[in-house]
Design a protein around this ligand. Structure first.
Ligand code: MBD
Ligand code: FE
Length: 260
């Protein structure tokens, strides 16, 4: 049998030692008994087997990683990538004189939304030709490729900002999202007496030459779940107004990217 060749990785060692140290302190502080420990292992096993581990991690942990990395840095605050990003979404083709259209089905159910934005650098320079990827849930509150039976890349796509760093994309208004409540994550929330809701949000990812990739979300004023988002992804500067204009909803937000 071939022996696996491994190289000592000091970062992994450092992080793992810290992890164990804190878990030990946690066990001591919580005075976990053996039955509770066994229940935990059983629950964590189900979390993995049902495929909910990424969901659980993104709901309860990701926000802390972001806060530790980005609070007090210049540029737009990032928010959660979340468990529902998928690679390979289609390019939204630009047709001359028409806005970009994220909806792919001719009669996509939902309330039409025009979302506008501008992308600039922390020094104020507009960022033309920035790759903008967008994804969101549909009018049943579900994400394509996951809990919705819409086509795989429905309400997912990417496009580029114009020469002024601007973009305008037509879509539908996203809905508040209930994370799956019937699996191990939901079971956990039940014990915590915490609702499973996230406020309605758009997911956006920006990539521009010489800049840090910005992964963030956009939320809407007045959403009933803004203050109690189960995943704690809301940042004040990411909340915008949903306005009635020209017989549809319009919203906009400007984004500022940090140099590498
Ligand atoms: C979502 O839609 C989401 O964006 C996150 C971060 C977690 C769960 C569901
Ligand atoms: Fe989401």
């Amino acid at each position: 049998m071939q022996k696996q060749v491994t190289k000592k990785n000091e970062r992994v060692e450092e992080v793992f030692n810290l992890f164990i140290k804190h878990i030990q302190n946690f066990l001591t502080e919580a005075k976990l008994n053996h039955e509770e420990y066994t229940n935990f292992v059983d629950w964590a096993d189900r979390l993995g087997r049902t495929g909910e581990l990424p969901l659980y991690a993104d709901v309860f942990l990701e926000t802390h990683v972001l806060r530790a990395m980005y609070t007090d840095k210049p540029g737009t605050q990032p928010s959660l990538l979340g468990p529902y990003f998928v690679e390979g979404s289609p390019l939204v083709e630009k047709e001359p004189g028409k806005p970009l259209v994220l909806t792919q089905r001719p009669n996509e159910p939902g309330e039409p939304l025009l979302f506008k934005g501008n992308v600039s650098s922390t020094d104020g320079m507009p960022l033309a030709n920035t790759r903008v990827e967008m994804w969101q849930n549909d009018d049943s509150g579900k994400y394509s490729s996951f809990d919705s039976d819409a086509p795989k890349y429905n309400l997912r796509g990417y496009f580029y900002t114009d020469e002024n760093g601007d973009f305008e994309v037509q879509s539908i208004v996203p809905l508040p999202y209930s994370i799956p409540a019937d699996g191990p994550t939901g079971e956990f929330l039940g014990f915590m007496d915490q609702h499973p809701m996230r406020p309605a949000h758009l997911h956006l990812m920006f990539e521009a030459e010489g800049h840090e990739t910005l992964i963030t979300q956009v939320f809407f004023e007045g959403d009933e779940w803004l203050e109690t988002d189960v995943a704690d992804g809301v940042r004040t500067e990411l909340v915008t107004k949903l306005e009635d204009k020209n017989g549809r909803k319009e919203a906009s937000l400007n984004f500022v990217m940090r140099r590498e």
